[in-house]
Design a protein around this ligand. Structure first.
Ligand SMILES: [Zn+2]
Length: 239
């Protein structure tokens, strides 16, 4: 059975480890929430991209339609003019203009068909992106809600754990608490058992002086805490 000082430190360490575990879990929550929010944002962005694509295509379609209207009007004018010309070369020149304009119109109509097809595709993408968000959003929201609940319960647990740590610190005298805190700041666990003359923290061999002190021989282990020569942790001997 370790001496009372070590026993008190072991209790403190146990509660400190619990506190640290809760703090580590709590620290992860905001990142987990942010990842879910990022997923929602990505899905919303996909909808927005499809929406913008659709709008751009609609604008292109409108502009093509107006080009076609202008060309058709021109075509009509040429045809009317052709009816009233008397000279053969003028007639032929208009015939050439008519043919060119007709070719222009059919090219524009071909483009319009392509755009209409692209609009259909963009609509499908938009509908799919919307469906994906709709299908996932309740899951995303439930996940965020669960994470928030976890955050709240961890916060409550942490408050209790901190109070428990404070209670466990009370019986330890200030000088030993300072030693404990100094080690705890860089090396958890602080208090480790020696097995076969090896430190339970760094697993390196301790000197025979430390080993004897941990066994309660020579120096008063309760007055002076034996520490590992290698890692500086407080060591105790366990039968
Ligand atoms: Zn060690």
């Amino acid at each position: 059975m370790p001496n009372p000082v070590i026993q008190a430190l072991l209790i403190l360490q146990d509660r400190d480890l619990k506190r640290l575990g809760l703090e580590a879990h709590l620290k992860q929550v905001p990142g987990d929430v942010a990842r879910v929010e990022q997923k929602i944002a990505t899905e919303k962005a996909a909808i927005e991209t499809a929406r913008v694509e659709m709008r751009d295509l609609e604008l292109k379609k409108k502009s093509l339609e107006s080009d076609i209207a202008v060309a058709s009007e021109k075509l009509g004018r040429y045809r009317t003019q052709q009816l009233s010309v008397r000279k053969n070369d003028e007639y032929q020149a208009l015939g050439h203009e008519i043919a060119t304009t007709q070719a222009q119109i059919s090219e524009l109509e071909g483009k319009e068909l392509e755009i209409m097809y692209a609009i259909d595709e963009a609509k499908k993408k938009f509908v799919a992106a919307e469906a994906e968000l709709k299908a996932n959003i309740s899951g995303h929201e439930a996940r965020i809600k669960a994470l928030r609940e976890r955050e709240a319960s961890l916060t409550a647990e942490l408050a209790t754990a901190r109070a428990d740590v404070a209670t466990a610190r009370t019986p330890v005298e200030p000088l030993k608490l300072r030693v404990y805190d100094r080690i705890a700041a860089r090396n958890m666990p602080v208090v480790v058992a020696i097995h076969a003359a090896k430190c339970g923290g760094c697993h390196l061999k301790v000197s025979s002086d430390v080993d004897s002190a941990a066994r309660g021989k020579g120096v008063d282990a309760a007055a002076q805490l034996p520490t590992c020569d290698q890692c500086g942790r407080i060591v105790y001997w366990e039968a």
